[in-house]
Design a protein around this ligand. Structure first.
Ligand code: UD1
Ligand code: CA
Length: 457
């Protein structure tokens, strides 16, 4: 049977106390809605409808628009109203419809697959995923009679006895397309001025449809995010899940409680991650690497046996095997550090290639440069790549030695095996094997210190 997915994501999210719509808040590097869309995509639905409110344009940027239809809920009149807004996009669809909430981002493909299977096995018209929440927070409570679901009661409308129930509504439903006709029968909840999708359960049962509630998953997968505190809790749940998976595959964490790693990151065996390391975006870390504390790696590829020393930032760059970067180094986008190369203390590299075995160990800026193999860049070297208007390239060929405190005013080339004397300002190309020195000769004035006028005389 065919499957369509609807993600309800039009709510304003007032409880977040934010000018950013709730579903666009960031969870481990991605907006909530993107996490849900990913789970929806993984179960393979033939149609995916995302119901959005006033933040449509912004939300679209984070979603794969090829596979998604966007529906607009003009007035935020509740979860049933949101599903109603998806009806035009579902026109002519016959099959099962999976309803997800844009604010329930920890749901997994595994859990959804189990749910879909149960729905089919039990031959239900309407299935609901529930979980046990202790305490039950403000989730809708599942009211059962003789073991079978009879209705859902929202926290606000629950009696004190009903409030004690810990089986709660996840907001994830699977329904036959015929159930959609019942949306019209949902009454307005006068107290809140909203149409509750939860009412569809009792209505379906009254009309003789088969409905079932399935206690699946846990709070760590089904937590809903309404407040900043819940967003933080979800971050911790997700972090714990990811760290457990990494450890399972052979990664060591010194203190996993301070580490943040995106879902998309891959880390090889025997890599050690120190405290307070952040790995974001689509990063790949190889085997036997060490990432020391306070480092941030974003959208980068780190090969095997690389050492990343303390407080290093690596953005959209590549570091090849056995290289060492840091402490306090910054690789800005577009940098490639060759194998066994060394980028040391307070070195900034931008859009440059550093060849195999080359070293820039201290206090250097390398921008728009191509550096060959086994080059030594002395402390305090600067590639002057910008004249205030345009950027220019510096080329440093293999086996070059650049003395400390030199400036290379681009565009400029330093040929293979050449030397640049310390303190030089290089404005013209240096031929291979040559020595370029631009500083003035040293003058020694003998006995000057003695002849120097004394203080107060
Ligand atoms: C809802 C359920 C509750 C359940 C909980 C699970 C209802 C009435 N209640 O409560 O039983 O335990 O989710 O997390 O359904 N939305 C719209 N348009 C609207 C209102 C909401 O698209 O007009 C979207 C929101 O963006 C959100 C989802 O629907 O992604 C759920 O809405 P929310 O207001 O968070 O519902 P809860 O109060 O959490
Ligand atoms: Ca919610």
């Amino acid at each position: 049977m065919k499957l369509a997915t609807v993600i309800l994501a039009a709510g304003a999210g007032t409880r977040m106390k934010s000018s950013t719509p709730k579903v666009l808040h960031n969870l481990m590097g991605k907006p909530l809605i993107a996490h849900v869309a990913e789970a929806a995509k993984a179960v393979g639905s033939s149609r995916c409808v995302v119901v959005l409110g006033n933040h449509t344009q912004e939300a679209k940027k984070h979603l794969d628009s090829d596979k998604t239809t966007f529906a607009l809920q003009k007035k935020q009149d509740g979860t049933a109203g949101a599903l109603r807004s998806a009806l035009p996009a579902l026109k002519g669809f016959e099959g099962n419809i999976l309803i997800l909430s844009g604010d329930t981002p920890l749901v997994t493909q595994n859990l959804l697959t189990k749910f879909i299977k149960l729905h089919k096995q039990k031959k239900e018209d309407l299935s609901l995923m529930t979980f046990d929440a202790t305490p039950p927070h403000a989730y809708g409570r599942i009211i059962r009679s003789e073991g079978k679901i009879s209705r859902i009661v929202e926290d606000k409308d629950a009696t004190s006895e009903e409030k004690l129930i810990t089986e709660v509504n996840s907001g994830i439903y699977l329904m036959k397309s015929s159930i959609l006709n019942l949306l019209r029968s949902i009454p307005l909840n006068k107290a809140k001025g909203e149409y509750y999708l939860t009412d569809i359960v009792s209505i379906a049962l009254k009309k003789g449809f088969k409905a079932g509630a399935h206690l699946l998953g846990s709070e760590t997968e089904l937590t809903g995010i309404n407040t900043r505190a819940e967003l933080h809790r979800a971050t911790l749940f997700l972090r714990e899940r990811l760290v457990a998976e990494f450890m399972q595959s052979g990664v060591t964490f010194i203190d996993s409680s301070s580490v943040f790693i995106s879902k998309e990151t891959k880390i090889g065996q025997d890599t050690v991650i120190y405290p307070n390391v952040h790995i974001e975006g689509r990063s790949v870390i190889g085997k036997k690497c060490i990432v020391y504390p306070n480092s941030r790696i974003l959208d980068s590829i780190i090969a095997d046996e690389v050492t990343i020393k303390d407080s290093t930032v690596i953005e959209s760059s590549e570091v090849k095997s056995k290289a060492s970067v840091g402490p306090f180094a910054h690789l800005r986008p577009g940098s490639v550090i060759g194998s066994s190369a060394k980028i040391g203390n307070f070195v900034e590299i931008k859009k440059s290639v550093v060849g195999k075995g080359s070293k820039a160990s201290h206090l250097t800026y390398i921008g728009d440069a191509v550096i060959g193999k086994d080059v030594n860049i002395g402390a305090g070297t600067i590639t002057c790549n910008y004249d205030g208007k345009n950027k220019f390239k510096t080329e440093i060929h293999d086996d070059v030695f650049i003395g400390s405190d030199s400036q290379l005013v681009a565009p400029v080339k330093v040929g293979k095996g050449a030397y640049v004397g310390a303190g030089s300002t290089i404005t013209r190309d240096v031929p291979p094997g040559a020595l370029a020195v631009t500083r003035t000769h040293q003058k020694n004035i003998y006995g000057w210190a003695k002849k120097r006028p004394q203080k107060g005389k």
